[in-house]
Design a protein. Structure first.
Ligand code: CP
Ligand code: NVA
Length: 304
């Protein structure tokens, strides 16, 4: 069966640098318009289906509110009360859902699931987080960096902690936006080996967080146990104890360094209250920018 060619956002590799920069610029403009109370409703009559196989606060609220502000509608689907949870094949679900809606956002475990869905979808598919990537979050983070510090090209970014989906998306961002990334993680918690190889000189993997933050303009971290890894928390707490982002650690970075965390945070584990609530933290701007960046993304992906 033939499908209309359409764009997806399954990882940052789906965007050119020009497109990614245009999305950030557009998000900043849509933020200005929303703040000014200026209505902009290009997606009247359009529907976004949102499939959540994991919990969410920010992603659900931002996509749902974003569609409403653009004049469209968003539909929340959970495996608990759809046939997805009873084993209907992902390919069949893609064929059915994509005949009724204008775009689909999926939060799930395997990256392959979003790829299989996209391969059988007539409409754009957006990765709302998998075990491998979280592209919507990192685009919002890059918008946030731009607003606070300007161009990220040539800057130094330190990732402190788990080599997880957020870390791996920062690695793809380092390739696309041409910044230097240092990842500090304990042995056994490195990002994907093929991705490390693909990044070449753009990304260094270190053990010592103090070395990683040297000269960094951005320090980012995330929880020590991601969704689906909760039963491994004791082992992780022990391994990650030296990787807490503290004032002492951030004092080793560039004086202009800002702190990011995609949230939700486990205060007292990967970050102290003093850092997350302190003057170098931009975490609430990151969360707000999920709304604006995703509105730009929906406007870009959904034909109207
Ligand atoms: N940062 C993020 O994606 O948050 P949620 O899990 O609340 O969507
Ligand atoms: N790494 C975290 C990010 C949550 C937004 C997780 O996957 O649970």
């Amino acid at each position: 069966s033939h499908q209309t060619a359409c764009r997806h956002l399954l990882s940052l590799r789906d965007l050119t640098l020009d497109e990614a920069r245009a999305l950030i610029a557009r998000a900043i403009e849509l933020k200005r318009m929303q703040t000014a109370g200026q209505a902009f409703r290009p997606l009247v009559g359009k529907t976004l289906a949102m499939i959540f196989e994991k919990s969410s606060t920010r992603t659900r609220v931002s996509f749902e509110v974003g569609m409403a502000q653009l004049g469209g509608h968003a539909l929340f689907l959970s495996p608990r009360d759809t046939q997805l949870g009873r084993g209907e094949p992902i390919e069949d679900s893609a064929r059915v859902i994509s005949r009724m809606v204008d775009a689909v956002m999926i939060r799930t475990f395997e990256q392959q699931t979003v790829e299989r869905f996209a391969a059988h979808s007539r409409v754009p598919v957006i990765n709302g987080l998998t075990d491998r990537y979280h592209p919507c979050q990192v685009l919002a983070d890059l918008q946030t960096f731009y607003e606070h510090r300007g161009e990220i090209q040539g800057k130094r970014v330190a990732w402190v902690g788990d080599g997880n989906n957020m870390c791996q998306t920062f690695m793809e961002a380092a390739l696309l936006f041409e910044f230097e990334l240092c990842v500090a993680c304990p042995e056994g918690f490195e990002p994907d080996a093929e991705l490390i190889a693909a990044c070449g000189d753009r990304c260094r993997i270190l053990r010592d967080p103090r070395e990683a933050v040297q000269g960094a303009h951005l320090i980012a971290t995330d929880v020590w146990a991601s969704m689906g890894q909760e039963e491994d928390l004791d082992r992780r707490r022990a391994a990650f104890a030296p990787y807490q982002v503290t004032d002492a650690l951030m004092d080793l970075a560039d004086p202009s360094a800002i702190f990011m965390h995609c949230l939700p945070a486990h205060r007292g584990e990967e970050v102290t209250d003093s850092i997350i609530d302190g003057p170098r933290s931009v975490v609430w701007d990151e969360a707000e920018n999920r709304l604006h960046l995703q509105k730009a993304l929906l406007e870009f992906l959904i034909p109207h």
